[in-house]
Design a protein around this ligand. Structure first.
Ligand code: FAD
Ligand code: EPU
Length: 350
C-alpha cells in the first residue's frame, strides 16, 4: 500500500480528478488489494475522519478540500473463462475501462466496442451503469463483487440485484455507503450482433461491419465532440438527460418539433439535455474558470483554474435557464464531493 501523507491537507487531488480542480486531501492511499482497501477505510474510521474510494475521478466535482482519506482503488487483474457460447470475464475493479475494451477486441472478443473511450475504472462502471452509443453496462454485466468495508463480508450481486437503470444502480443507494466494488463479471456472447442504432453508427452495414470498425467510429464521434480531459478539464455529461412523461414531452414537442427525444420501454420519454441547454444559447457561457463546452452543451469544462464553486455557480445558472425556459429541471450526473464526503448535488445547485 503506497500512501502519500505529509502535513494536514497537503496532498493535491488535481491530477486525480478529470475536472482538474485543485483541492487537497489529508491523505491519498493507493490500494491494490482488498486488505489494503479495508485497512485504509478502517484507519480513517478509527481516526473519525471521512474516507472516499475513487477510481479515475472522472465523474466527480470536488467542492472543497477533503478532510480525510482518498483511497484509490487499484485492484487489478483480468481472467477469462471460455464456454461454448460466451466469454466470461472476471475483472479487477481498478482496471481501466477503455483498456479493457481494447484488451478484449485485441483478443478477438467483441461486445464492448460501443462503450469505447469512456474514462474511469471498471469498478465504477456499475455505479451509474455506464452507457454510450446504444449500449449500457447492464447489457453485458453478469455480477458485481462487493466488499463491506466495516464487516469485511464479501458479497456477489447478480446483475438483477444491481437494479440497473439509466445512469443508476443499487450502488447509488445509501445502504451501500460502506461498500467497495472489488470486481465485475462481464459476459460477452459469441453470437455477436452489432448495435448500430446511434449517430454515425447508423451508416454502417450490419451484414459486413466488424467490432473494430464500430470501435473506430465510436472513438471518432467521441473525439469530435467531447473534450479530452488531459487537455481540458471536464467530467463528461454534467447533467443526466431528463426522463419525462408523455404529457410533458408533448408540450415540449408542440413548441419545438425538432427537439430530439427517445422513447423508453416503460412509456416515458428521454429528452436531450444538451439540446435544451444549447437552445438557451448557453454554449460558451462562462462563470469564473468554468464554461459550457462549445461543441457539446451538456459538458461543463474547466477553462482555467476553475474552482468547484465556479462549476456549481455555472451549473446553477444552466439549470435555472433550462428550467425557466422549458419547465424541465436538470439533475447532475456528476457526483459532488464536499469536505466530509458526497453531498446532494440537486440541492447544491437548486
Ligand atoms: P470516480 O469518478 O473515481 O468515482 C465515481 C463515484 O463512484 C464516486 O462517488 C466514488 O466514490 C465511487 N466509486 C469509485 N470507485 C468505487 C469502488 N470501487 N467502490 C465503490 N465506490 C466507488 N459516463 C458514461 O456513462 N458514458 C459516457 O459516455 C461517458 N463519457 C465520459 C466522457 C468524459 C470525457 C468523461 C470525463 C467522463 C465520461 N463519463 C461517461 C463519466 C465517467 O467516465 C463514468 O461515470 C465512469 O464510470 C467513472 O469512473 P471513475 O473510475 O472515474 O469514477
Ligand atoms: N445536442 C444539441 N446540442 C448540444 C448537444 C447535443 O443539439 O450542444 C443534441 C444532439 O444533436 C443530439 C442530442 O442532443 O440530437 C443528443 O446528443 P449526443 O448524441 O451528443 O448525446 P447526449 O445525450 O448529449 C449521451 C450520454 C453520453 C454518451 C452519449 C452517447 C447522458 C447524460 N450522456 O449524451 O454520456 O456518451 O449519449 O451515447 O446520458 C456521460 O454520461 O458522461 C456521457 C458523455
Amino acid at each position: 500500500m503506497f500512501s502519500k501523507q505529509d502535513d494536514t491537507m497537503s496532498v493535491s487531488l488535481k491530477s486525480l480528478n478529470t475536472f482538474g480542480i485543485q483541492a487537497n486531501a489529508e491523505q491519498v492511499i493507493y490500494a491494490d488489494n482488498e486488505h489494503q482497501l479495508r485497512t485504509a477505510w478502517q484507519d480513517a474510521v478509527q481516526k473519525k475522519k471521512p474516507a472516499i474510494i475513487l477510481g479515475g475521478g472522472s465523474n466527480i466535482l470536488l467542492l472543497s478540500d477533503f478532510s480525510g482519506s482518498v483511497i484509490l482503488n487499484r485492484l487489478c487483474g483480468i481472467t477469462i473463462h471460455e464456454t461454448e457460447d460466451a466469454w466470461h470475464l472476471h475483472v479487477g475493479a481498478g482496471e481501466n475501462w477503455h483498456g479493457l475494451v481494447k484488451y478484449t477486441l485485441n483478443k478477438g472478443i467483441a461486445g464492448l466496442e460501443n462503450m469505447a473511450l469512456i474514462p474511469g475504472c471498471v469498478g465504477s462502471a456499475p455505479i451509474q451503469n455506464i452507457g454510450a452509443y446504444g449500449c449500457e453496462l447492464q447489457n453485458v454485466c453478469e455480477y458485481v463483487d462487493c466488499l463491506n468495508l466495516v464487516s469485511g463480508a464479501r458479497k456477489r450481486l447478480s446483475a438483477q440485484e444491481c437494479q440497473f437503470g439509466y445512469r443508476d444502480s443499487v450502488f447509488k443507494h445509501s445502504e451501500m455507503a460502506d461498500t467497495a466494488i472489488v470486481a465485475v463479471g462481464i459476459s460477452l456472447s459469441k453470437d455477436w450482433r452489432p448495435i448500430l442504432n446511434y449517430g454515425d453508427l447508423k451508416q454502417l452495414d450490419a451484414e459486413t461491419v466488424t467490432p473494430r470498425q464500430i470501435f473506430d467510429v465510436v472513438c471518432h464521434m467521441r473525439r469530435s465532440k467531447l473534450p479530452d480531459p488531459d487537455i481540458t478539464g471536464n467530467a463528461g455529461s454534467f447533467f443526466k438527460n431528463p426522463v419525462v412523461n408523455e404529457q410533458q414531452a408533448k408540450l415540449l414537442l408542440q413548441h419545438h418539433p425538432d427537439a430530439p427525444y427517445y422513447l423508453q420501454p416503460d412509456g416515458s420519454i428521454k429528452l436531450a439535455a444538451g439540446w435544451l441547454i444549447d437552445r438557451c444559447e448557453l454554449k460558451g457561457y462562462r462563470y469564473g474558470g468554468a464554461a459550457v463546452h462549445r461543441k457539446q452543451a451538456l459538458v461543463l469544462i474547466n477553462v482555467g483554474d476553475a474552482t468547484g464553486q465556479d462549476v456549481v455557480a455555472l451549473a446553477r445558472h444552466v439549470r435555472r435557464c433550462v428550467g425557466e425556459t422549458f419547465n424541465i429541471w436538470l439533475e447532475p450526473e456528476v457526483r459532488f464531493i464536499g469536505s466530509q464526503g458526497e453531498i446532494n448535488s440537486v440541492e447544491t445547485i437548486a
